[in-house]
Design a protein around this ligand. Structure first.
Ligand code: ITT
Length: 186
């Protein structure tokens, strides 16, 4: 079993749908490191959460961001703050009327156990569009990939192509192949 330290239950749902091992929500708001690197933020959070959970169960964390080309990669690591302040409509206002804005989503998932701490990143390129769809969460309604926004995909479809799905896939194959016995994760 692995604990997923996050305040975002939607991330946990996606991980539970993806990973074979049992994933349990650890609703913990770790202190976020100020860094440009999602992996560094996730690793730091995983180590803090591992201790907070008692130090005897593996913990994962997920730090994600949306990086918009026309805004020089903004909001990137500040995506949560921007989402809660100006929101999706604020982002669209910043971008103005022109139609196609390239962007990518990136997720870093860190895993911390007594033996090791590792991080895996996944990303997906797409376009920022006016909001469509009711599935998913956060920036999903304004991020289009192959003609559909992430909010127009169900959880399985999103996991198959998403930043988080790609990071989870790397974590899953590492858990399968790493020589260290994962103390009950599998
Ligand atoms: P924790 O830090 O507690 O895990 P959070 O929701 O604050 O939860 P992040 O800082 O990683 O997580 O997320 C940055 C923002 O990006 C936040 O507003 C999320 O809602 C959003 N976000 C993260 N993953 C997303 C996804 O797959 N689709 C859409 N928006 C996402």
């Amino acid at each position: 079993m692995v604990l997923f330290a996050t305040t975002n239950a939607e991330k946990v749902r996606e991980a539970q749908a993806y990973l074979e091992s049992a994933v349990e929500h650890f609703d913990f708001d770790y202190l976020e490191l100020q860094s440009e690197s999602l992996s560094e933020i996730a690793i730091h959070g995983a180590q803090e959460s591992f201790k907070a959970a008692g130090g005897n169960q593996p913990v994962i964390t997920d730090d994600s961001g949306i990086f918009i080309d026309d805004l020089g990669g903004f909001p990137g690591p500040y995506s949560s703050y921007i989402y809660h302040t100006i929101g999706l409509s604020g982002i669209l206002t910043l971008l103005g009327d022109s139609d196609s804005h390239r962007a990518y989503f990136r997720t870093a998932i860190a895993y911390c156990s007594e033996d090791e701490t590792v991080a895996f990143e996944g990303s997906i390129r797409g376009t920022i569009v006016p909001p469509r769809g009711t599935e998913g969460f956060g920036y999903d309604p304004i991020f289009e990939y192959n003609g559909k926004t992430l909010a127009e995909m169900n959880l399985v479809e999103k996991n198959a192509i998403s930043h988080r799905g790609r990071a989870l896939s790397k974590l899953a194959s590492w858990l399968d192949n790493d020589p260290v016995e994962h103390r009950g994760v599998k």
